[in-house]
Design a protein around this ligand. Structure first.
Ligand code: ATP
Length: 601
């Protein structure tokens, strides 16, 4: 059993000092005096919360009005008295303290030195506060007021002050995780030299209360062997950023696993039997937002217990192609989750594995982690392993970068593969280096492009020509240069009509006026012009438009192109020219640089 008074007294002392060393030493004392059974709760309270954020439980949220009401009941003072005190002092905790102090001395029992009831325990305070936080629905307001009033009635002045401050989110102690870890190292590890052990444990289980409990009851040695636990998120490994492919490759040791960098939401996925938890980059529990992902994991990941990581990406309903981050945002804005799942389907691209059937994988090299990841994912079309290559060749790396962006990725992640290529939980380092599409240019205007070929669709559109190879027309050379493949924006009727339209102008081989590096399923005679809009103009090695103008290896393309309408009023010779596309690209690029939002070196 631990009295809440101890915490209140330490908070009182802590408020008066600012030196980090003194704060750490006070906290060390408090931890040493704490009951091991509730030390996790002591830590949460110091952090100003009731539980780790990843529980996804509500915060305590109790408005000032309700607090005043509870205080009024708890200390038997009229609400308007409290109100006017609050106006004078400006801090309800302090008001509670003063009122409690002036009223507390008057009872006969306390006059005789006996308290009117047993002292408040940490459990009691914690349970009441939890009840206040979790009360929901009808009658919850009364439950909240009653619980708080009960606490305040029993509390001594100092306890009342800190209970109110806690609820108010106004604990002034200002103690960060780093200080708590130092104090835990002092209290249970024999000194701050054991701090790295605590920190590593915290990175593996982002729950400082849990870590405190383990170290307090089992000692520092137990932390050394601590493994991740399904249900408690691991703090994510983060990447450095560099812009020069040569430097990037040498920085990771000359050899790399190069992944597509997907533009979606990072997801850390835990599975134990049939239970699945999904945590965001910030370690919030987002499982409810992705019931579909939960099902994919249940269906396609073969493991009793596993923690993997990947990117959740919005995909085109028909073609399955990946879509920009904004699409995922649309999904998040929907209130009805079933509708959201239906209207904005997602795929997952997995890129790491940190824990598998009782084994901590974080200290194993990346190739080993990736191999295991590949082993446990059954083939399917929802949950993929991130597209990747292994390479030690800068040219290949560059090529792969362009391929990645032309397929809708944001760039690449270049990852070390040597013996030390561990999963550095909670750290940003050069084991992972991101290379984002540096030259990008937002697209404000639509363009008019010519259909020169077509591809058959997948899925629902299987067997139908549903992706068009589009080209710009250069009147000077009389050549059509390819710009993009467009597969979205067509209505069902337009799609049906398309089959007929294209079959009529089908060619046996490429029209000699077309310059293309792609080989579509069918070639067609340049005849139809379509208006196309996209997210931005970007470099791409797959397309011939303006190749050599901006980059030796790449031409200009449109990222996430959409069909708007047919431009039957335009002849193919009136289509947008490569020169115009180049100008659009440069203009936007210049604006970006002026606005210094550019990510270029
Ligand atoms: P950071 O996460 O590094 O602080 P940030 O939040 O701005 O920066 P980015 O700069 O976009 O994010 O880059 C990192 C993110 O890229 C990761 O957090 C992850 O969500 C995403 N990502 C996409 N594909 C991969 C991949 N294959 N490997 C690792 N991360 C990937």
């Amino acid at each position: 059993m631990m009295e809440f008074k101890l915490i209140a007294e330490y908070f009182d002392k802590l408020e008066r000092i600012t030196s980090r060393i003194q704060i750490t030493s006070l906290l060390t004392d408090l931890f040493k005096k704490s009951d091991k059974a509730v030390i996790d709760k002591v830590v949460y309270i110091i952090q100003g919360k009731l539980w780790p954020d990843f529980y996804g439980y509500p915060e305590i949220g109790l408005g000032e009005k309700l607090m005043i009401k509870a205080l009024s009941i708890g200390i038997n003072v009229k609400e308007d008295v409290i109100d006017s005190e609050l106006k004078k002092i400006g801090d309800l905790g302090e008001v509670a303290y003063r009122l409690k102090k002036s009223s507390g001395g008057t009872t006969i029992l306390s006059f005789l030195g006996a308290s009117s009831s047993s002292p408040l325990t940490v459990e009691e305070v914690y349970n009441s506060l939890s009840k206040i936080a979790l009360a929901e629905g009808e009658g919850s307001r009364d439950v909240k007021i009653r619980s708080l009033a009960g606490l305040l009635k029993k509390a001594d002045p100092l306890e009342a002050k800190f209970i109110i401050r806690f609820i108010d989110g106004r604990l002034r102690v200002g103690i960060g995780d780093a200080t708590i870890m130092d104090a835990l190292a002092n209290a249970f590890g024999g000194g701050t030299h054991t701090r790295p052990i605590i920190e590593r444990a915290y990175n593996l289980r982002a729950d400082l209360g849990n870590i405190a409990k383990v170290v307090a009851s089992e000692g520092i040695e137990a932390l050394k062997n601590l493994k991740p636990e399904v249900g408690i998120p691991i703090r994510p490994m983060l990447a450095e950023r560099l812009n020069d492919p040569v430097e990037i490759l040498s920085k990771v040791g000359g050899q790399a696993l190069v992944d597509y960098k997907y533009d979606g939401e990072r997801a850390q996925i835990h599975k134990k039997g049939n239970d699945v938890y999904i945590f965001s980059r910030r370690l919030e529990n987002i499982t409810k937002q992705y019931p579909d992902v939960r099902d994919f994991v249940k269906d396609y990941v073969v493991a009793d217990e596993v923690i993997v990581e990947g990117e959740i990406v919005a995909v085109d309903k028909e073609s399955g192609e990946i879509l920009p981050f904004q699409e995922l945002m649309h999904r998040k804005r929907k209130n009805d989750i079933h509708e959201a799942v239906e209207d904005y389907p997602v795929n997952v691209y997995l890129f790491d594995l940190m824990y598998y059937n009782g084994e901590d994988y974080t200290l194993r090299p990346l190739p080993e982690r990736r191999k295991k990841l590949e082993e446990i994912v059954k083939p399917n079309d929802k949950l993929h392993i991130a597209h990747h290559i292994f390479t030690d060749d800068v040219e290949k790396l560059k090529e792969y970068f362009y391929q990645a962006i032309s397929e809708g990725a944001e760039g690449i992640m270049v990852k070390a593969v040597g013996r030390d290529s561990i999963y550095q939980a909670g750290a940003r380092g050069f084991l992972w280096i991101k290379l984002k599409r540096d030259y990008q240019s937002e697209m404000a205007d639509s363009v008019d492009l010519v259909v020169v070929g077509a591809f058959y669709g997948r899925g629902k559109r299987g067997g139908k020509l549903s992706s068009l190879l589009m080209a710009a027309y250069d009147p000077e050379s009389d050549i059509f240069y390819t710009v993009c493949k467009v597969a979205s924006g067509f209505s069902d009727a337009e799609l049906d009509e398309l089959q007929k339209k294209l079959t009529e102008i089908k060619l046996d081989s490429k029209d000699p006026r077309v310059e293309s590096e792609l080989d579509p399923d069918i070639w067609v005679k340049p005849k139809y012009v379509a208006e196309i809009i996209g997210a931005e103009i970007t470099l791409s090695p797959q397309h011939t438009c303006c190749k050599g103008e901006v980059s030796k290896e790449a031409g200009l393309s449109i990222r996430f192109p959409r069909f708007i309408r047919w431009r039957d009023d335009k002849s193919v010779e009136e289509a947008t020219t490569p020169q115009e596309i180049l100008e659009m690209y440069k203009l936007k690029l210049k604006k970006k640089e002026e606005g210094s939002e550019s990510e270029t070196p």
